[in-house]
Design a protein around this ligand. Structure first.
Ligand code: NAG
Ligand code: NAG
Ligand code: NAG
Ligand code: NAG
Ligand code: NAG
Length: 219
C-alpha cells in the first residue's frame, strides 16, 4: 500500500515536471543587427552596400515555434530603415511587423529599435528583409522556424540543411537606382546579375580574378 502511494506520488511529480519542461521549452531568442556600410567585390567591381553585420546575405536567425524573438537593430547606415519579418503571423504584435510608415516610423541613421514578437502557429523557412526602399536587395536573411522542442518536421531528418537565398545584384548603389527611377518616371535599371546566397553564378564573365565569382558561400 505504502509503495503504491509512493508510486502515485512519484508519477504525479514526474508528470508535473514533464508539463513544466514543456512550458519552459519556449525560449527568448535574442540577437543584434548592426546595419552598416560594407564594401564588397562582385562582378570584379568594388561596391559599397548596406548590410547587416557586414554579411550578404545577413545572419540566419533560428527559432523554435513558440519562441519569442527579440532583435535589436542598430542603424549605423546613412539611410532610414526598418526590418520586416516576412510571412510571420504577428499575433497581438502588429507593431513589430516592420513596414515603414505602416506599423512604425523608420529607424533613422544613428538610432536603434527593438523588435519583439512571438513566433506562433508556423514552421519552416521564411526570411527577413529591410522594408524601406531598395535596401532589401542587400539587407535580408533567412528566418528558420523549427517545430517546438520534441516535435519534428513531417519528413525524415535530412542529411544536411542549407538555406538558399535567391537575389539580384546591381553594380550601383540600389538607393540611387530607385531614386533615379522615381525622379525620371522610367523603369529602374535592371540588375546586373542574379545571385545565390549573395554570389553570382559561374556563367557571369569577369575579366579579373576568378575566385570572386565562382565562389558560393553557404552561411
Ligand atoms: C552582429 O554583430 C554583433 C557585433 O559584432 C554581434 O554581437 C551579434 O551577435 C551579431 N548578430 C548576429 C545575429 O550574428
Ligand atoms: C556609406 O556609404 C554611402 C554610400 O556609398 C556613403 O554616402 C556614406 O558616406 C558611407 N558612410 C560611411 C560612414 O562610410
Ligand atoms: C526618416 O524617418 C523619419 C522618422 O523616423 C522621417 O521623419 C523622415 O521623413 C524619414 N526620411 C526619409 C527620407 O524618408
Ligand atoms: C542606369 O543605367 C544607365 C544606362 O546604363 C546608367 O547611365 C546609369 O548610371 C544607371 N543608374 C544607376 C543609378 O546606376
Ligand atoms: C576577392 O575576394 C577576397 C575576399 O572577399 C578579397 O580579399 C580580394 O581582394 C578579392 N580579389 C579581387 C581581385 O577583388
Amino acid at each position: 500500500m505504502g509503495h503504491q502511494v509512493f508510486l502515485l506520488f512519484a508519477c504525479t511529480i514526474i508528470a508535473l515536471l514533464a508539463s513544466c519542461s514543456l512550458l519552459v521549452s519556449a525560449e527568448v531568442v535574442e540577437h543584434s543587427f548592426h546595419v552598416q556600410n560594407r564594401t564588397i567585390t562582385r562582378l570584379c567591381r568594388r561596391q559599397v552596400i548596406t548590410a547587416v553585420n557586414g554579411s550578404l546575405p545577413g545572419p540566419t536567425i533560428r527559432v523554435n515555434e513558440g519562441d519569442t524573438l527579440l532583435v535589436h537593430v542598430y542603424n549605423h547606415s546613412p539611410y532610414n530603415l526598418t526590418i520586416h519579418w516576412h510571412g510571420v503571423f504577428q499575433l497581438l504584435s502588429g507593431w513589430a511587423d516592420g513596414p515603414e510608415f505602416a506599423t512604425q516610423c523608420p529607424i533613422r541613421p544613428g538610432h536603434s529599435y527593438t523588435y519583439r514578437f512571438k513566433v506562433t502557429g508556423q514552421e519552416g523557412t521564411l526570411w527577413w528583409h529591410a522594408h524601406v526602399s531598395w535596401l532589401r536587395a542587400t539587407v535580408h536573411g533567412a528566418l528558420i522556424i523549427r517545430p517546438k522542442k520534441g516535435h519534428f518536421y513531417p519528413f525524415p531528418k535530412p542529411y544536411r540543411e542549407v538555406p538558399i537565398l535567391l537575389g539580384e545584384w546591381w553594380n550601383a548603389n540600389v538607393v540611387d537606382v530607385e531614386n533615379e527611377a522615381l525622379a525620371s518616371g522610367a523603369a529602374p535599371n535592371n540588375s546586373d546579375a542574379y545571385t545565390i546566397n549573395g554570389w553570382p553564378g559561374d556563367l557571369y564573365r569577369c575579366s579579373a580574378n576568378r575566385e570572386n565569382y565562382t565562389q558560393i558561400k553557404f552561411s
